[in-house]
Design a protein around this ligand. Structure first.
Ligand code: GLN
Ligand code: ZN
Length: 769
């Protein structure tokens, strides 16, 4: 190990790049193809052009080794499924007929066949398609996409490194195929899968790959000894292959933990590790195994999933430490840049000074290159960059945007008791019963009603100046009138105003809170061709004025029935935004919670006696490592209680979450101290009700009886049957009747019919009691 030559040889690289193109060309081409307006050839040509543009851009910026194979028409895990030939039985015919149509059939389903299930890629907001495997799965290698894209990059004269989802992560992310027993473990297929990976690796070597990267982010999660053994076996096998390329095993999103010593000893040629804050333990762990003598280390020092400028001096110092630990140290972003927007330069509405605090994919690439130069040639070579970076970081620290004394004073004065409601739940429940006078099995909805094309057009018209605010508000009021009168007519007990004024449940509030930034072009891929523009939580959070009170009060003025106030909770406000990296998440959550607390209190003061605070993101933000979970749940539940604990005992606090599997956070849900919770349950036949009961959950609950994810209208008897099931777990005094989730994606006809059936079902069961 010679530190000096390791430094001089340092190279810049990244693992992946935003796919969609500067003007979201990929989205347009893929959706055009689906509609038959774009031919397959035209789609392929657009994709090839996007790849070429990205590679050349990376190379121009100074990236020495570009990634290939990270591009995808839809999702890179689905691409891996194709690569290993694990196409589900039901999609075989389509795939055999036309590979591209078969691919999209797996992604989106067709009239005849259901798509693969989609779920979150670790704790990011990117969704992948879950491989479906079983004891009968036969893997076959299809290296065409990987080889083809490598050749494209090589033809441009670039040094290129194919990036693949590693075999262990692929299997750990898979689930048993339909019809396969639920306890089937896809990892048992490893021995069958490895020869297929071997074949792909040999093909890539033959096509000119010196290095191939195998991504194993699943190894940053808690893994059993058996899983770690499987990973060890996988890399012993692949490492022992003849005619193989050099292997770089990459991990990101957290620390490797017990997998680090195993991978350090494995017969592979390099490791790519995350050295950003949440994975900081990798540094000591690497030192304690004696580094990676004889191996290449790719150091992910630029955070690939936040939007903030790097602290270049701090990263250089990390890189300096790493120099003593490997034969060769290269510099990268911590993970694929897929998770961040493309370019800050496209933003015109953000103050120039604040824009300098931000780094999107292009800026992060430049940071990687600068750091590589600093590592190779010494800090003098990048003195100007370091000085500018120091100034930007200082301006961020000193800015009144990030340091609002009033917000800080209030947050630090919060006492534990501020987040506690008194009296106890049981006494509150009695007070609420008296105050609200609801029937048994009260009916309600989750908040939103259909977001019609009309509403979206009105919003677009307002933005474009075709209508003024007064016109727009008339439209919203008309919508609220319709929603209220429909609910009254249908006989729903606790009404909602329908959320017609909200474009999105996080963005709406972000636009009304000080401290949040909105981007014009900050698109990131959520899944397939769906891109979102998460707001950026940049500064201290305050609420200049009430955000929802007007609409809720207006709705309440139209009816004698209680109208439920509707807010997005603090954890979800963080989870679906880019968050600050300059203070603990819990501190940010507390600021948001205090702002929302004012809104809750104002709603109550305006006469709202039921207030719902949605926390659909509570579970998905759970840290990847079990050891970190208690700390997270502490601040997350505290933030919810701080939001909701300023109200009178007879004001009823609801919360809502949209998932059916939550066994591991029932205690946390109890700790929210909400009076009523609504959850997704229709598809799992009220499983959540049984889980709540098993936990001894003492509060009221509304396990959903209508799966709102499809246009299907469930019959009243079907919902009544679900309610009878629910009653076996939750007594009638504590059972609510509601859909699984909000209705914004539904159309009016099925909404009307389904809600009428829902009320009929509730009445039927009340009569049976
Ligand atoms: N109140 C929101 C709605 O009804 C909740 C959405 C959600 O749970 N994701 O749309
Ligand atoms: Zn929901």
């Amino acid at each position: 190990m010679t530190t000096k030559s390791a430094a001089a040889a340092a190279r810049a690289t990244v693992y992946g790049y935003p796919r969609q193109g500067r003007n979201r060309e990929l989205k347009k081409a893929v959706e055009g193809y689906w509609k038959g307006r774009v031919t397959a050839d035209a789609l392929r040509a657009t994709a090839a052009e996007l790849r070429r543009t990205n590679w050349l851009r990376l190379a121009d910026a100074g990236i020495d080794e570009v990634p290939t194979g990270d591009f995808s028409y839809y999702d890179h895990v689905l691409d891996t499924t194709v690569m290993v030939g694990a196409i589900p039985e039901r999609h075989r015919a389509a795939a055999a007929n036309d590979a591209l149509d078969g691919y999209f059939a797996m992604a989106r389903g067709t009239q005849e066949v259901a798509p693969l299930e989609m779920t979150k890629w670790f704790d990011t907001n990117y969704h992948y398609l879950v491989p479906e495997l079983g004891p009968d799965t036969v893997f076959t290698a299809d290296s065409a996409k990987q080889v083809g894209e490598l050749k494209e990059a090589l033809a441009l004269g670039l040094t290129a490194r194919p990036v693949l989802v590693g075999p262990v992560t692929y299997l750990l992310l898979a689930k048993p195929a339909p019809g396969v027993p639920a306890d089937f473990e896809p990892l048992t297929l490893l021995d069958r899968l490895l020869p297929v990976y071997a074949e792909v690796l040999v093909d890539l070597r033959a096509a000119g790959a010196e290095w191939v990267q195998l991504d194993e982010p699943a190894l940053v999660q808690d893994r059993t000894a058996a899983e770690l053994n499987a990973a060890e076996r996988a890399y012993r096998d692949l490492g022992g292959l003849a005619d193989r390329p050099k292997l770089l095993v990459a991990s990101y999103f957290d620390r490797l933990g017990e997998a680090l010593p195993m991978l350090a000893k494995a017969p592979v040629d390099g490791l790519a590790l995350d050295f950003t804050e949440r994975a900081a333990a990798n540094l000591d762990a690497l030192a304690s195994v004696g580094g990676l003598p004889g191996k290449r280390l790719v150091a992910g020092v630029v955070n690939g999933r936040n939007v903030w400028v790097n602290d270049l001096a701090a990263s250089l110092s990390t890189l300096g430490t790493l120099l003593g630990l490997a034969d060769r140290v290269d510099v990268s972003a911590s993970c694929s840049l897929l998770h961040v927007p493309l370019d800050t330069a496209a933003e015109r509405d953000i103050e120039p000074q604040i824009l300098r605090w931000l780094a999107f994919a292009e800026q992060k690439t430049a940071e990687v290159v600068t750091l590589t130069r600093g590592l190779a040639r010494g800090t003098d070579a990048i003195a100007a960059d370091l000085a500018a970076n120091r100034a930007d970081l200082a301006s961020r620290t000193r800015s009144p945007v990030t340091r609002d004394p009033a917000v800080r004073a209030r947050a630090s004065a919060v006492a534990e008791t501020d987040g506690r409601r008194s009296p106890s739940y049981a006494e509150r429940a009695a007070a609420q019963r008296a105050h609200l006078g609801l029937p048994l099995l009260p009916t309600t909805t989750i908040g939103s009603f259909p977001q019609t094309g009309d509403l979206r057009a009105a919003r677009a018209d307002l933005r474009a100046g075709r209508i003024d605010t007064a016109d727009y508000e008339e439209r919203i009021k008309a919508e609220i009138q319709e929603v209220i009168s429909f609910q009254e007519k249908t006989g729903i007990d606790v009404l909602v105003h329908g959320e017609p004024e909200r474009n999105d449940m996080v963005q709406y509030f972000a636009e009304r809170l000080t401290g949040y930034l909105a981007t014009q072009h900050g698109w990131v891929q959520s899944y397939g061709t769906r891109y979102v523009r998460p707001p950026i939580l940049a500064g201290d959070i305050s609420r200049p004025e009430p955000m929802t009170v007007r609409w809720t009060s207006y709705a309440q003025s139209l009816t004698e029935k209680p109208v439920k106030g509707m807010l997005t909770g603090p954890v979800t406000m963080l989870a679906w935004s880019f968050v600050r990296d300059d203070q603990p998440l819990g501190d940010t959550a507390r600021q948001v919670a205090l702002a929302l607390r004012d809104e809750v209190n104002d709603l109550e003061a305006a006469g709202t006696s039921v207030i719902q605070v949605d926390e659909p993101a509570l579970r998905e933000t759970l840290p990847l490592r079990g050891a970190d979970r208690a700390g997270y749940l502490d601040w997350a539940t505290e933030a919810f209680r701080l939001t909701t604990s300023g109200v009178r005992p007879d004001t009823q606090i609801h919360t809502h979450m949209c998932y059916a599997e939550f066994g591991d956070i029932v205690q946390a849900i109890d700790d929210l101290d909400a009076d009523v919770i609504s959850l997704e349950a229709a598809r799992s036949h009220m499983q959540v009700a049984r889980e709540l009961a098993a936990h001894g959950y003492p509060r009221e609950a509304g396990p959903g009886v209508w799966d709102i994810h499809s246009p299907r209208v469930p019959g009243a008897e079907e919902m009544a049957a679900l309610l009878r099931d629910g009653l076996k777990a939750i007594p009638a005094e504590r059972l609510w009747v509601n859909p699984d989730c909000g209705l914004k994606t539904r159309a009016w006809p099925e909404t009307r019919a389904s809600l009428e059936h829902l009320v009929t079902a509730a009445r039927t069961i009340r009569d049976e009691l």
